[in-house]
Design a protein around this ligand. Structure first.
Ligand SMILES: CC(C)(COP(=O)(O)OP(=O)(O)OC[C@H]1O[C@@H](n2cnc3c(N)ncnc32)[C@H](O)[C@@H]1OP(=O)(O)O)[C@@H](O)C(=O)NCCC(=O)NCCS
Length: 275
């Protein structure tokens, strides 16, 4: 059995895609052979799909709300539904425990799939490149449902579904999501200090979307990454070091984040200068 199709979360959860009819030809509805059923390929522009879109917004609010960056519905529309696509996993509502329905704000009369995770990305003007917009997983709030690995799995399969060759993402230096992102291999640092973002202490990173990167992130036993030893460590509050690093990037130097931040939180983010 294929590694992806045999993944315990793939076997127990239901995949969904949110894409307009116009964008649908650009999206793979069977990434890694995982067929998304027709009823779960959702056109956000159809009125009947408003309850599902509302649940995506609830998922965003439960996960990004505490981070201070929940999306307004118009942001979903302008930045996700119309230009991009969303891939995620959920469960049919009949299989969702009452406690989970309460956390996700599922209406009593709802029928259909309840989204537990989503990955949103937007195609860029640079051909083949997409910008990751949002990764949300409710798994940490549902320990009783045993969903460890859901965030990483969702991002991996989404990147394949969207058919990109190069990926960009932005995250804050202190974000726990860095633990997910480095699972795709060393990350090239595109910006280290980002005043164009509403949170300047944001870093932008990139990597090539290869089969190995995606399967390796999901834990495929036949994939391993070459992760160079770090030589620089950046504390998430150390603005001066971020600005210094950004100046070096703007002067042409290149850096990667080779592996996950240290768990002790003392000097969390590792970097290595590329020759
Ligand atoms: C970040 C998020 C997507 C992780 O979802 P998840 O389903 O727990 O993801 P995974 O189970 O795949 O976890 C991947 C790794 O991250 C680690 N991780 C997750 N949360 C962590 C935390 N708070 N602190 C340290 N490590 C953490 C996990 O331990 C795991 O590493 P391991 O396999 O080496 O143990 C989820 O917590 C979330 O939605 N957070 C709020 C929104 C957000 O910050 N999104 C990302 C913005 S760029």
């Amino acid at each position: 059995m294929d590694f992806v199709l045999d993944h315990p979360l793939v076997r127990s959860l239901t995949p969904f895609l949110v894409v307009t009819d116009a964008n649908r030809p650009g999206v793979n509805t069977a990434p890694f052979g995982l067929q998304v059923q027709g009823a779960n390929v959702i056109d956000p522009n159809r009125m009947q799909n408003e309850p599902f879109c509302a649940l995506l917004q609830n998922l965003d609010a439960r996960t990004f709300g505490p981070e201070g960056m929940p999306m307004d519905r118009w942001v979903f529309y302008d930045c996700c539904f119309m230009p991009g696509a969303i891939f995620g996993f959920g469960r049919p509502v009949a299989d969702v425990p009452a406690a989970t329905r309460a956390i996700l704000g599922v209406p009593d009369d709802y029928t259909g799939v309840v989204p537990y995770s989503m990955y949103i990305a937007i195609p860029m003007a640079e051909p083949g490149s997409w910008m990751g917009h949002n990764l949300a997983s409710i798994a940490p709030m549902l320990p009783h449902e045993n969903l460890k690995g859901l965030g990483t799995l969702t991002k991996s399969i989404a990147l394949r579904a969207f058919g990109m060759t190069h990926f960009y993402g932005a995250t804050q230096w202190d974000s726990s999501a860095l633990h997910v992102h480095v699972k795709f291999g060393p990350l090239e640092l595109v910006t280290a200090y980002t005043p164009a973002h509403s949170e300047s202490k944001t870093l932008t990173y990139a990597f090539d979307v290869t089969d190995d990167a995606l399967r390796g992130a999901m834990g495929a036993p036949d994939v391993s990454f070459d992760r160079p030893q770090a030589e620089i460590w950046i504390h998430p509050e150390d603005t001066a070091s971020m600005v210094g690093l950004q100046s070096r990037i703007e002067s042409g130097e290149r850096f990667v984040i080779p592996y996950a931040p240290r768990e002790d939180g003392a000097v969390p983010v590792a970097l290595r200068r590329l020759e």
